[in-house]
Design a protein. Structure first.
Length: 643
């Protein structure tokens, strides 16, 4: 009967609209749920086949739920570095439980979500708001994340950032940018002082013929590098008086030939008749190749006696000449006053000298790290040896921030306030045995020689074969295994002074000495301060030393029919037969989307649309209810026919 059919059809309508209202209600309640995918109701007819073409049998309506999982939600910025959003296809893989190795135990289902709001639990695992563990591919320390092999879903493990501790890295490369003044004078690497004896003489005035030598004193000169020369101090007449010169400078043994002026004037003087006259002389002789200079100082005292019968000349040497080392060189260390040589760690490089005429110090400090992460201050010194050429030295190396009981910095090798790179007299240990006697290496503090082109560009760096820093030598390096040191491996970095033919590093121009940059790749020990995740899904632990170590890589899981996934509590989905099997790919690969860090995917619910659908559902529900009451009235009329 059609009236009964209408009644039952209206009842099915009530049920269908109730289902629709339930879906709308669920959508509205999850309007602010991160990663939530709004559902919708789909209606289909229930048809009862009529017995004949002239009759009609009402059927009804059936409501089914349609999942819109593939709908993209709007991205919302977040301040949390562990919040992630997916743009495009893909899900994050999670598990409700893991074992000690981070693997989901047997029987624990993998669940998938677009809700990327993750936090770090007490064990260091990344978890979502439902307590599920985020799964990914572990990255071993030091491995480039770009080379990590993809794993299938069943082999993914929980991402843990709590198990990684702070680490340190020793300095292996140093790059330096600086300008060395082209106007600097060549600085000798050694010097000696000759103090002449005191000579007393008398002579007759008629012996003052020009050019007559009145006195000859032989001297011997020994430079700092061991070269020995002989010379004469000559006193002779001129047309107007007397002059003193240094002449006949001759190399002995293996010393290189002297190529300077044949004579170096000490000064002129004029004795008075019958009166003793004192004459002080002074001069500096510079030797070729910048190997040294000699400062001369002395005194003559003479008297002229007039009249015939006086001896032509009489001389009495009252004090013999002496030669002494005078350490006013480019590789000398002096104390704070600059008046004495010093091998203390607080000594400074001293290139200035009132007697040698040398330049001010050109040095800079570089902060480096040993293999244990301990910081050291290394002082590099630059000494001009000839036009467009400079020598490079290490003048000291101290443990940063550490002072001894005397309040002085602690030497990195000895662990005391004695500078291991400096001899007791303040000279640098530039021979192959001096530094070895302290450090056990037998290497030199002289690193090598810098060369420049005529336009000031860096040309080359020639490494000293005995340099204590020589990356090509397995036995080189500053030893740090002494009792007072840190116990780290030998410090032996590669120092880059620039690219040949360019001004990208150290230059030699007319400006003042200035350091533009000092870069090194060492890192002190650090503690984890946070976590960052990039667009490729690489999870990195951040340390207070600036280091960022990759610990895992997050893959995205895809399905052939993601709308057929089964929704579970916690805004997660489970794989079904209709969804197809899970496949994993890293971001931007295999058809999956990308990962946006510091963002979450918002709910796809549109409140305006939901309220509009609610109005339609309500009216439709009311109409079905009216159909029932009308059908009831019609049945009542049928019953009343019997009365």
């Amino acid at each position: 009967m059609s009236v009964y059919g209408a009644l039952y059809s209206a009842v099915s309508g009530l049920k269908a609209q109730s289902t629709s209202m339930g879906i709308i209600s669920d959508n509205i309640s999850n309007a602010n749920t991160v990663g939530y995918k709004g559902n919708s109701a789909a209606f289909s007819t229930l048809v009862t086949a009529p017995p004949s073409r002239g009759s009609y049998s009402p059927g009804g309506v059936l409501a089914t739920t349609v999942q819109n999982i593939d709908r993209q939600g709007l991205l919302q910025a977040s301040a949390s570095g562990t919040d992630l959003a997916i743009t495009g296809r893909g899900f994050f893989a999670t598990a409700a439980a893991i074992d000690a190795d981070g693997r989901p135990p047997l029987g624990v289902e993998r669940l998938y979500t677009r809700a990327g709001s993750f936090t770090i639990d007490k064990s260091g695992n990344l978890t979502n708001t439902a307590g599920g563990y985020l799964l990914g591919v572990p990255v071993d320390t030091g491995v480039d994340p770009a080379t990590v092999a993809l794993l299938p879903t069943a082999e993914l493990r929980a991402i843990n950032v709590g198990s990684i501790t702070g680490s340190a890295r020793g300095t292996s490369t140093i790059s330096l940018g600086a300008n060395l003044p082209a106007t600097d004078l060549v600085s000798p690497t050694g010097a000696a002082t000759v103090t002449g004896g005191v000579y007393e003489f008398t002579m007759d005035t008629d012996k003052q013929a020009a050019g007559v030598v009145e006195d000859t004193q032989a001297i011997s000169i020994t430079l700092q590098n061991g070269d020995v020369y002989t010379a004469n101090i000559l006193t002779r007449n001129t047309a107007t008086g007397y002059e003193a010169v240094i002449a006949n400078i001759t190399a002995t043994g293996t010393a290189p030939a002297y190529t300077g002026p044949a004579e170096v004037a000490l000064g002129t003087f004029t004795p008075q008749d019958g009166i003793a006259t004192n004459f002080d002389f002074s001069a500096t002789v510079q030797f070729a190749g910048g190997v040294g200079s000699v400062q001369f100082a002395g005194s003559h005292e003479g008297v002229i006696v007039a009249g015939a019968g006086v001896p032509a000349a009489t001389y009495v040497e009252t004090t013999a000449p002496t030669v002494a080392n005078n350490l006013v060189t480019g590789i000398r260390m002096s104390n704070s006053t600059g008046t004495a040589a010093s091998n203390s760690t607080n000594a400074r490089l001293d290139l200035s000298s009132t007697t040698g005429g040398l330049q001010a110090a050109r040095s800079t400090s570089v902060l480096i790290y040993d293999t244990l992460g301990v910081a050291h201050n290394v002082e590099l010194a630059f000494v001009k040896t000839s036009a467009n050429n400079w020598d490079v030295f290490i003048t000291k190396m101290t443990i940063a921030g550490k002072v001894g009981s005397d309040g002085l910095p602690v030497d990195s090798i000895s662990g005391t306030s004695t500078n291991s790179f400096v001899n007791a007299d303040g000279t640098l240990k530039t021979d192959t045995t001096a530094l070895g006697s302290v450090a056990g290496t037998g290497l030199s503090a002289r690193l090598g020689s810098l060369g420049f082109t005529t336009d000031g560009s860096f040309s080359n760096f020639t490494m000293d074969g005995d340099s204590i820093l020589n990356p090509a030598s397995a036995t080189a390096g500053v030893p740090l295994n002494g009792l007072g040191s840190t116990g780290a491996a030998n410090f032996n970095p590669d120092i880059s002074f620039g690219i040949a033919g360019t001004k990208s590093g150290v230059t030699q121009n007319s400006d003042d000495f200035a350091v533009a940059f000092v870069n090194q790749d060492g890192i002190k020990f650090g503690y984890r301060t946070g976590v960052v995740i990039d667009e490729f899904g690489v999870v990195r632990a951040v340390f207070d030393n600036g280091q960022r170590l990759a610990v895992a890589k997050i893959p995205l899981v895809n399905f052939a029919n993601m709308n057929a996934l089964q929704a579970r509590t916690g805004n997660v989905y489970a794989e079904t037969d209709d969804s197809g099997s899970a496949t994993t790919n890293f971001a931007y690969q295999g058809g999956v989307g990308s990962i946006t860090p510091n963002a979450v995917e918002g709910s796809t619910v549109d409140l305006a649309e939901e309220f509009s659908d609610m109005i339609v559902t309500q009216r439709t529900y009311s109409a079905n209810a009216r159909t029932i009451t009308t059908s009831d009235e019609m049945l009542a009329e049928v019953i009343n026919l019997k009365r």
